[in-house]
Design a protein around this ligand. Sequence first.
Ligand code: SF4
Length: 484
Amino acid sequence: MSSLIEQPYHYQQRELVEPDWTRFPGWREVTAAEWASVQWQRVHCIKNIKQLRELMGDLLTDAFYADLERDQAERATMSMLLPPQMINTMVSEMTWAEGRMPAAGEEFTAAFYADPVRNYMLPVFSDRRADWPSHPNSQRDSLHEHDMWVAEGLTHRYPTKVLAELLPTCPQYCGHCTRMDLVGNSTPQVTKLKLAGKPMDRHEAIIDYLKRTPTVRDVVVSGGDVANMPWKNLESFIDRVLDVDNIRDIRLASKALMGLPQHWLADDTVEGVARVSAKARSRGVGLAIHTHVNAAQSVTPLVADATKAMLDAGIRDVRNQGVLMRGVNATSEDLLDLCFALADGASITPYYFYMCDMIPFAEHWRTSLAEAQHLQHSIMGYLPGFATPRIVCDVPFVGKRWVHQVDTYDTERGISYWRKNYRTSIETEDVDVTSAEYVYYDPIYTLSTEGQAWWRQHSDAAGTHEAATAAAQASRETSVAQLD
Ligand code: SF4
């Protein structure tokens, strides 16, 4: 009898790799000291096609640039912003087929198209769905965070937790950003909302709300990405939050821990983190960093070093909140590879994978609830329980729900119904939230022929989609009948 049981997923420890950036023509002469410098990384971010061409030399074909240009004109909800660190993980040693860099031109371009990090950080027109590029019920602020602002930038959605959006920028812009309404520069498709108040006034209003709302114990300090805030301003804000007696947990949201680890490795940042961590510990407050990594190849030795620097400085835990996306990580193999790279290689706790939200032009990334449930099932049992991520659906007006918590599910039309057990800040006492139902929609192209036909019949081609919304509500009875 064999002592090794064959498993659907084969675990093996992998060493992290910092890919060699000199493989890109534009970075042939870049030194290790330059690469390690956060200033160098910020100055050399790729923000437009011209800069991408200069970096790539003859690696990519003209057809790729045309595809990218069309996406920027007709589809993109986020502008281009890629730190060198992130580009360097695309088509890297970790992903080369046959152990060699693909040849310039068609071969490299094919590998670039197929690359998971490229897929969500540098989307192109041909990635998106031609049929149903957006769900009829997609919205710019699909989670209605703005509707739940109790002060500018402060969302109070859960009973004991708030989200403080301190700034609307990040060191990197992700194609699928759920805060596309507010974060980043405007694109031809999306004119961004602007924060009206001055930063200091907004921060004052947030602190004031925390002080006069003792039922709030937990603050997610986000944006954008806190790595884009001058450290002294961020430290002063965290310091003031730590002075509010009712706050017991603070989580700093920074994808830059992966996208720009050089920021979190800079001496002044590490020293500042040590100061606020010491204060948090002395007050018994849990100060954690939540990052956002979607592919195993993004976890490099520099990311591990930055995480270690944060843990050594006194941060209680570093956790990952990834986004589940087709073409990026929506297989059990990819999710488990990522989780093991995070946990084994970088001491980052895999925490959540969010289903991609219902923002415009995201249908090609989104998975159905059934697919997400299947993935949750298929990753169980491999990781320690505390490091087994929950796949969650962020249901509009509800919040995160584990994907198996769905109440009823009309699989033909791809409409799931959810319940909640608390009131958000926009629901008054006369609303019976516990009996209300909230709705989430699968991507239409994943549905059966009948389901797709139903949506074609019920969605308003003119673009208001009110007919589809009304019809979706009416389908509740069908859903219940299906389950009986
Ligand atoms: S880092 Fe977060 S907030 Fe910034 S663009 Fe990416 S998903 Fe959006």
